[in-house]
Write a protein that binds this ligand. Structure first.
Ligand code: LMR
Length: 348
């Protein structure tokens, strides 16, 4: 073949490829439009991915939300819930939302810090004294500012759901004084503030996906972890932990998010029905998450009477705070002074 023929064959091949890829794209667009816009009452499917068990505040809320959406839309919208990291781990879920591979998720606020370090404001140790202060942060200026950041990355924040205050567990040593943390390896969600929190007391943070924590504790890969009582109980972490300190040192809440383009493509009436279902579910989880966590504490005690449980006294808490407080200054720029000041103001 001479050069001219090679050139001609190449051009023909490229043109064929171009035509095929254009046909592919346009049929994909039509498919998406028909399932998303639902102008002719077409069924709309929303895949909702999360990582926890069904008997936790988020697990129950996701099921309730799915039922309410079905009821309010007369079955036009189906929310398919995938718990226990069946579809995505927290490490991958933001990307899955942005790409539209799943339409909804409710990752812990700490997970979003990967995209926006400002979200670390919720990870700051001892930021909230009680549930009321958490609500003020979620519903007030702090929540508004954090949600407004998401849209530039094709994510829409729809609501914030509660889990509860985190507690500390260890296999190596009872955690009462800050010195007790020395040299212990603690699993953390991926958030630099959480890593600093453990470094501040001389421990070694180990970022790790949620679904791997039980095995890591059992096999001694890590010595301890922090989580809410419902997550500890539902993952059976209490079976592989000798000590549990009720420290209430940090808060674990969730951002219910969706793909922004998908959301904008929904008919207005469907959006309002979904919002109404979400509002009712958010109220439910707000009122019940605390009780669910308290019930789990009773189950932990009943099922593992050997676990040694200590509740931090106000004096002991002061010593933890003294060690961890410099983190606020250290992250002033990364989180933003406005958010740091807003969260500090809640405690006054
Ligand atoms: C964790 O990774 O510990 C939590 O974020 C899991 C969850 O979603 O509650």
């Amino acid at each position: 073949m001479n050069k001219r023929w090679i050139k001609v064959t190449f051009i023909i091949l490229m043109s064929i490829l171009l035509v095929f890829s254009m046909i592919g794209c346009s049929s994909k667009r039509t498919e998406q439009a028909s399932s998303n816009e639902g102008g002719n009452n077409q069924k709309i499917v929303i895949k909702f991915s999360h990582v926890v068990a069904e008997n936790t505040p988020k697990g129950q809320a996701a099921i309730m939300f799915a039922n309410k959406v079905k009821e309010k839309t007369n079955g036009r919208v189906e929310v398919q819930v995938f718990p226990n990291s069946q579809l995505y781990k927290d490490e991958d879920v933001l990307n899955a939302i942005q790409q539209g591979n799943v339409q909804m998720a409710a990752p812990a606020t700490s997970v979003i810090t990967k995209l926006y370090p400002q979200w670390q404001v919720f990870d700051l140790p001892f930021a909230f004294a009680d549930h009321e202060q958490v609500q003020q942060a979620m519903e007030g200026e702090i929540g508004k500012k954090l949600f407004s950041l998401l849209e530039e990355k094709n994510i829409k924040g729809l609501a914030m759901w509660d889990n509860g205050f985190k507690q500390m567990g260890s296999n190596k040593k009872e955690l009462i004084k800050p010195e007790d943390f020395a040299g212990q390896k603690f699993r953390v969600m991926s958030s630099k503030v959480l890593e600093e929190q453990f470094k501040a007391v001389g421990a070694n943070p180990v970022p790790m996906p949620f679904g791997e924590v039980y095995n890591a504790l059992e096999q001694g890969v890590i010595d301890g972890q922090e989580n809410t009582l419902s997550n500890i109980y539902s993952q059976k972490m209490h079976e592989v932990q000798k000590y549990l300190t009720l420290s209430y040192h940090g808060y674990l809440g969730y951002a219910v998010i969706t793909n922004k383009k998908f959301w904008d493509s929904l008919p207005a009436d469907v959006r309002s029905q979904i919002e109404a279902a979400l509002d009712e579910t958010t109220q439910w989880v707000r009122q019940n998450a605390k009780d669910i966590n308290e019930q789990m504490l009773q189950k932990i005690k009943a099922e593992n009477p050997k676990i040694k449980i200590h509740e931090l006294t106000p004096e002991e808490k002061k010593l933890w705070i003294a060690k961890m407080d410099p983190i606020y200054d250290k992250f002033k720029n990364e989180i933003g002074e406005d958010l740091i000041n807003a969260v500090r103001a809640l405690r006054k």
